[in-house]
Design a protein around this ligand. Structure first.
Ligand SMILES: O=C(C1CCS(=O)(=O)CC1)N1CC[C@](c2ccc(OCc3ccccc3)cc2)(S(=O)(=O)c2ccc(F)cc2)C1
Length: 268
């Protein structure tokens, strides 16, 4: 519509059915950034301050001596706490609570682990290849008793790639929201509602990148398939673990973790 073009109050991207004003873009940006910063267990600056506090060799050895089921139970507990925060992030995103409940679950089941992988990179020290775990920074081999070395090293590699992009909290917030509100997820009942939210996030994110001269990061973000493949390896390792410790998932794993990652069928 010619009367809109050149009018500074309207975003440059005028998709016919998604007319978005600059005021709406600003409100959406505030909403996404606040939802993220209010739901990260650890503030970026706090993680940075302690990032040189690494576990000693004897502490690492102590973790390596723990039985597999013991380490799994601790990690599953930390994942569950982190995912509770991610659920809270979703609930605070404008429009998420207005989606139908089935679609809210579909999006969280599909995206929660991907968002956890993104958040982990905030707790990664790429200079000495250590990651925040239970209060200090841990090297890769601290986790060897989990029996998932390929999974953990894939996570470390992903954290390295994300550190290279050096995402700001603003960028991390938008990247997370757009992964979560993915209209291409199968089984969505109201795909167009998710699509509408995703388009607005895309316009607001590009607007932010343009204003901050950070458009170049779009080509440097890890491919979605990379996040998905790590999530798949997590599911495979969980299946193997459950074969080794039948019944444990039902007795000692938190309900939220079971709901998201343990399919209903009985123990293999
Ligand atoms: O990062 C967080 C928190 C959320 C983001 S934050 O606030 O910035 C910091 C705290 N994490 C919370 C959970 C954590 C986690 C993440 C992924 C994960 O997947 C692999 C897996 C899955 C199941 C069993 C074994 C291995 C396991 C745990 S963790 O335990 O700290 C952990 C970390 C590193 C590692 F190498 C192994 C475990 C990462």
């Amino acid at each position: 519509n010619p009367e809109f073009h050149g009018n500074p109050n309207f975003a440059s991207c005028l998709l016919p059915d998604h007319l978005i004003s600059m005021a709406e873009l600003d409100l959406l940006t505030q909403n996404v950034v606040c939802a993220h910063s209010e739901t990260c267990q650890f503030l970026q600056e706090n993680l940075q301050v302690i990032r040189w506090e690494t576990f000693s060799q004897s502490e690492v050895h102590g973790f390596q001596q723990k039985p597999m089921d013991h380490m799994w139970e601790r990690c599953v507990c930390h994942i569950t706490n982190a995912i509770q925060q991610i659920v809270e992030f979703a609930k605070r995103l404008n429009g998420f609570m207005e989606l139908n409940p089935n679609d809210q679950i579909v999006l969280l089941k599909a995206g929660a682990m991907e968002l956890l992988l993104l958040r982990m990179s905030r707790a990664f020290n790429c200079y000495n290849n250590t990651i925040f775990f239970e209060g200090k920074y841990a090297p890769l081999d601290l986790f060897q008793s989990l029996g998932c070395n390929d999974l953990i090293s894939a996570m470390f590699d992903l954290c390295h790639s994300l550190c290279a992009v050096n995402l700001s909290e603003y960028e991390m917030a938008f990247y997370s929201a757009m992964i979560l509100l993915d209209p291409t997820q199968p089984w969505l009942q109201e795909k167009e509602k998710v699509q509408s939210l995703h388009v607005k996030l895309d316009v607001a994110f590009r607007n932010l990148l343009r204003r901050t001269h950070r458009e170049s990061i779009l080509g440097k973000l890890p491919q979605r398939g990379r996040l998905l493949s790590i999530c798949q390896v997590h599911m495979e390792k969980l299946k193997v673990f459950r074969q080794m410790y039948p019944g444990m998932a039902w007795e000692r794993f938190p309900p939220l973790y079971r709901e998201l990652f343990v399919s209903e069928q009985e123990d293999p």
